[in-house]
Design a binder for this molecule. Structure first.
Ligand SMILES: [Zn+2]
Length: 414
C-alpha cells in the first residue's frame, strides 16, 4: 500500500530513467499492470542491515544517504516495510565476548528506536502483523525488527523475553561461525571452528527454539547449518522462516537451502525469503574468488573481523577494487534473482516464498541495487506471469501470515 500521490507516480518514471538497470516493461499494458500491482501490495523486505552509526548525523535515514535503504528511497521505490536488523558478528564464547555482543546489539536496537522516534509521521514500528498492515494503510513506512545471530543472549535464554519486549520479531540462531546455540552453515576458521561443534542445535539451542515460540519471535534458520536448520524446523511449535536465503539447486553455496530444506520449511507452514545478494544468487567463478582473495590479502582484509573494522576510506577502496570481478563474469541481475523465486515456488508453492534484499549487508543485484529500485522486482514477477494475488503473497503476505501464526502459538503456549 502506497501513498496515493500523483506526484509519486510522476516521479517513478524519472527515477527509472536515471537508472541504467531499470527497464520498464516493453508492453505498456504490462508496465501499467506492474505499477498498479506494486502500488497495491504491501512490499515487505525481511532483511535490511544498518551500520553502527545509523540514525545519527552520519547516517540520517530521513534523507538520501549512501545507504541502500533510507526513508526517501523506500518511498520512491515503493518499499513499504522492512525488517531492520540487530546484527552481531560472531566472536568468542566467553563472558567478554558475550558482553561485547550485547553492547553491539544494544547499539543497533537503539538506532532503530531513534529512527521511529525521529520520524513519527513517516515510519512506525510494528510489533504484530496486524500493526504492520495498519501502519502501511496510513501511508507510512513500517519498521520491524529482526535479530541476526542469537550470540548476544550469552549462555542462557533468559534475555529472549527482553528482546521480545524491545520489538524483536525474528531471531537468527547463528551467523558465520558456530555459537552457543548451534552450528553455522559457515564454520569460522578465525574462531577455530571445526566442521561441527554440536551436531546441529546444542542443548540450550533447543531451549532457545522453545523460548522464541513462547515469546512470539519467529525462528529464523538463515545462516544455520543444515542439521541445525532441520532440527530447529522440526522442533519449532510455530512456522519458521529463512529470513534471507537462496536456492542451493541454482547457486551451490553453503548459505543456500537445498530442496529437502525448502520442503521441510514449507511443510511446517514456513516461508523462505529469497535473498538478493549477488554471490548467493549467482555463485562467483573460481577466477572471481581468486581475484577477491588476492585483493583481500593485499589489503590485509582476509578475516571477517578485519572487514568489519574497515574505515570508510578503506571500504571505498576495497569496493572499488572488487569491481574488477564483474569484468570476469557479469553480476547477478533481478532476473537471476527471480529465477530463485520461480524455483522455490515450483518446488514448494507460492505460499512459502518471499523477498529479502540483504541491503547494507552485502545485498543487491543489477536492477535492484537499492530500495529506490524495488518496482523492478514486481516488474520481473509480472513479466513472468505472476498474478496480483501471488505477488501480494510473495511481497509480504506470506511473511505476515507466518508472523500471525507465531503470535497465535505464543498466546497458546503462555
Ligand atoms: Zn546474513
Amino acid at each position: 500500500m502506497k501513498t496515493p500521490s500523483a506526484f509519486l507516480s510522476a516521479l517513478l518514471p524519472a527515477l527509472a530513467a536515471a537508472s541504467a538497470a531499470a527497464q520498464p516493461l516493453a508492453d505498456p499494458t504490462l508496465e501499467e499492470e506492474a505499477r498498479r500491482i506494486h502500488e497495491r501490495v504491501l512490499a515487505l523486505d525481511t532483511h535490511v542491515d544498518i551500520p553502527l552509526d545509523y540514525a545519527t548525523f552520519r547516517n540520517d535515514p530521513g534523507g538520501f544517504t549512501k545507504l541502500q535503504v533510507d526513508l526517501p528511497k523506500m518511498r520512491a521505490g515503493g518499499l513499504d516495510a522492512a525488517f531492520f536488523i540487530v546484527y552481531t558478528p560472531q566472536g568468542p564464547l566467553t563472558p567478554e565476548g558475550y558482553a561485547e555482543a550485547r553492547r553491539v546489539a544494544n547499539t543497533r536496537i537503539e538506532a532503530i528506536a531513534r529512527l521511529v522516534r525521529a520520524y513519527p509521521d513517516e515510519v512506525g514500528v510494528a510489533f504484530t502483523a496486524r500493526e504492520a498492515r495498519r501502519i502501511a494503510r496510513t501511508g507510512k513506512r513500517v519498521a520491524l525488527i529482526g535479530m541476526e545471530n542469537a550470540y548476544p543472549l550469552g549462555p542462557s535464554v533468559e534475555d529472549v523475553a527482553a528482546w521480545a519486549r524491545a520489538g524483536v520479531r525474528y531471531m537468527g540462531i547463528t551467523h558465520f561461525g558456530h555459537n552457543q546455540f548451534g552450528d553455522s552453515s559457515n564454520p569460522n576458521e578465525a574462531l577455530g571452528d571445526a566442521e561441527e561443534r554440536h551436531g546441529g542445535l546444542s542443548g540450550i539451542g533447543r531451549s532457545l527454539v522453545a523460548e522464541l515460540n513462547r515469546h512470539g519471535i519467529m525462528v529464523d534458520v538463515s545462516h544455520a547449518g543444515k542439521k541445525t536448520m532441520m532440527q530447529a524446523v522440526a522442533l519449532s511449535a510455530a512456522p519458521p522462516i529463512a529470513s534471507h536465503s537462496g536456492v542451493k539447486a541454482i547457486a551451490d553455496s553453503p548459505r543456500n537451502l537445498d530442496d529437502e530444506q525448502l520442503r521441510a520449511l514449507a511443510a511446517k507452514g514456513g516461508v523462505v525469503q529469497i535473498v538478493a545478494l549477488d554471490a548467493y544468487v549467482k555463485p562467483l567463478t573460481e577466477e572471481q574468488i581468486a581475484l577477491r582473495d588476492r585483493i583481500r590479502k593485499e589489503m590485509g582484509l582476509e578475516t571477517t573481523e578485519a572487514r568489519a573494522a574497515m574505515t570508510p576510506e578503506v571500504e571505498a577502496e576495497y569496493e572499488k577494487r572488487l569491481e574488477a570481478m564483474w569484468d570476469i563474469a557479469p553480476r547477478a541481475t533481478v532476473a537471476d534473482f527471480v529465477d530463485h523465486i520461480d524455483y522455490a515456488v515450483k518446488l514448494v508453492g507460492v505460499d512459502h516464498v518471499g523477498v529479502a534484499s540483504d541491503f547494507d549487508g552485502g545485498g543487491g543485484v543489477v536492477g535492484w541495487e537499492d530500495a529506490g529500485e524495488t518496482l523492478n522486482v514486481t516488474r520481473e514477477l509480472v513479466r513472468r506471469g505472476y498474478t496480483e494475488e501471488e505477488i501480494a503473497k510473495i511481497w509480504g503476505g506470506n511473511l505476515l501470515r507466518v508472523m500471525e501464526e507465531v503470535e497465535k502459538t505464543a498466546r497458546r503456549l503462555r
